[in-house]
Design a protein around this ligand. Structure first.
Ligand code: ATP
Length: 169
């Protein structure tokens, strides 16, 4: 069956949305084939989002993905390690960006996961796709809580990015 890469971004992990998101995933008929908590550094994030290198929001995107900003409060220097599955949460201030990456499996997984997460801009999602995941836990066009591969080709690249090349666990 078709596979796609799903990611709960730092705002979703630290906002404690992972359990709810997984519940929606399973209820929507996906199998969670693989999953792990990962922490992206700036270089890895830049590689992952290489297609956006020339965009005005690129540097902001790198910060968002690598440094969690908890509900607009000032950053602290403390570093929290998030090694174990289901770690993170509690919304504390940390200087790392934990993400939960999952390989989802289902017929038509790529398109169906994109439909389930809703539009890039979470504000728009709240208006036009109120039942989407981004409407549930996203904030705006940057802090939109989740990621989904946009094509079969991207899905293959992104799955091997997290589960082959970077395989440390
Ligand atoms: P993703 O690739 O994360 O699933 P997407 O395909 O819906 O999201 P893209 O256009 O590929 O959206 O942008 C990648 C990510 O860059 C977005 O998810 C968001 O976090 C950030 N981003 C996109 N557009 C903007 C913007 N106009 N301003 C700030 N950040 C943005």
């Amino acid at each position: 069956r078709e596979k796609t890469l799903a990611m709960v971004k730092p705002d979703g992990v630290l906002g404690n949305y992972t359990d709810e998101i997984k519940r929606v995933i399973l209820e929507s008929g996906f199998n969670i084939f693989k999953e792990k908590i990962s922490q992206l550094d700036e270089e890895q994030t830049a590689t992952f989002y290489a297609e956006h290198y020339s965009k005005s929001f690129f540097s902001s995107l790198i910060k968002y993905m690598t440094r969690s900003e908890s509900s607009g409060e000032a950053m602290e220097d403390s570093v929290v390690s998030v090694d174990e599955k289901g770690g993170g949460g509690k919304g504390g201030l940390v200087s790392i960006g934990p993400v939960l990456v999952m390989v989802l499996e289902k017929e038509n997984a790529v398109a169906d996961w994109r439909a389930l997460i809703g539009p890039t801009d979470a504000r728009k999602a709240k208006n036009t796709h109120p039942h989407s995941i981004r409407a549930m836990c996203g904030l705006d066009s940057e802090k939109n809580c989740v990621h989904g591969s946009d094509s079969l080709q991207s899905a293959q690249r992104e799955i091997s990015f997290f589960f082959n090349e970077m395989s440390s666990g």
